[in-house]
Design a protein around this ligand. Structure first.
Ligand code: CDP
Ligand code: CDP
Length: 222
């Protein structure tokens, strides 16, 4: 591996995006939101009025669409057939259907390849469900972020989103292909009682212990 990959995995609303964003900014890496890729495909399925439970139709769609992934220097970007779906990715409809779409192996195969492509050109902190277990199993830098289900539900509803984190977690943890697991070598960080700053500080300590090449100037920003 030529570039570093920090893998951040965990259940819904545990604080993965907040953490990955902060680490990207402070350590000078590109933050890749892999959930946005699964959400983008789900958005396209719904746009095309395809039944999300019709795996054959979803596979056919995924075979013919063009997915372009990139970054703006700090954050990942995505477009599908030339359209940026970002404004539509946190809708109640996408929340309700994304776990069904992401359980389809051919969807995962296509997106995992795009996720791995990032490392060809940049260091990344990537967050998702299977980053430490499937996408970059060989990276030594892995954090599994968790928080109590009631805390996570509150966080999501405070964000004003219609979402059922338990339903999604149950589906994501029980699927056959790439279920949510604590990857080999990952350090678990429970953020239930931590402020955002406290969680970031704890993550920096974990990464330092895992041998991440931390520059003194970067750690002083904490
Ligand atoms: O932000 P939140 O944790 O609620 O979800 P997300 O990271 O945007 O992911 C949305 C959904 O995409 C998850 O519920 C999973 O079904 C799927 N996903 C996945 O299967 N694998 C990943 N690496 C990332 C997301
Ligand atoms: O990406 P994921 O779904 O795992 O969670 P997130 O979108 O980073 O965090 C969900 C919400 O919890 C956001 O509003 C964060 O500001 C909040 N949060 C928090 O209150 N305390 C933390 N230690 C981390 C996140």
């Amino acid at each position: 591996m030529n570039h570093h990959a920090i893998a951040i995995d965990g259940p819904a609303a545990s604080g993965k995006s907040t953490m990955a964003r902060a680490l990207a900014e402070r350590l000078g890496l590109v933050m890749v939101n892999s959930g946005a890729m699964y959400r983008a495909v789900t958005w396209k399925v719904l746009e095309e009025k395809i039944n999300p439970t019709d795996a054959a139709a979803v596979r056919e769609l995924v075979g013919r669409i063009r997915i372009d992934c990139g970054h703006d220097g700090t954050f990942s970007t995505i477009s599908i057939d030339g359209v940026d779906p970002t404004p539509f990715l946190r809708s109640a409809e996408v929340n309700a259907n994304v776990s069904a779409i992401s359980a389809i192996p051919e969807v995962r195969e296509k997106l995992v390849a795009l996720q791995r492509d990032y490392l060809k050109s940049t260091h990344v902190v990537m967050e998702g469900r299977d980053i430490g277990s499937v996408v970059f199993p060989e990276t030594p830098f892995k954090i599994y972020i968790d928080a109590d289900p009631s805390v996570r539900n509150h966080r999501r509803s405070d964000d004003g989103e219609v979402d059922s984190v338990e339903t999604r977690d149950a589906a994501d943890s029980s699927r056959t292909t790439a279920p949510l697991v604590i990857a080999d070598g990952a350090t678990v960080l429970d953020t239930s009682k931590l402020s955002i700053e406290g969680a970031i500080k704890a993550a920096i300590d974990i990464l330092r212990a895992q041998g991440f090449p931390m520059k003194q100037s970067e750690t002083l920003k904490i």
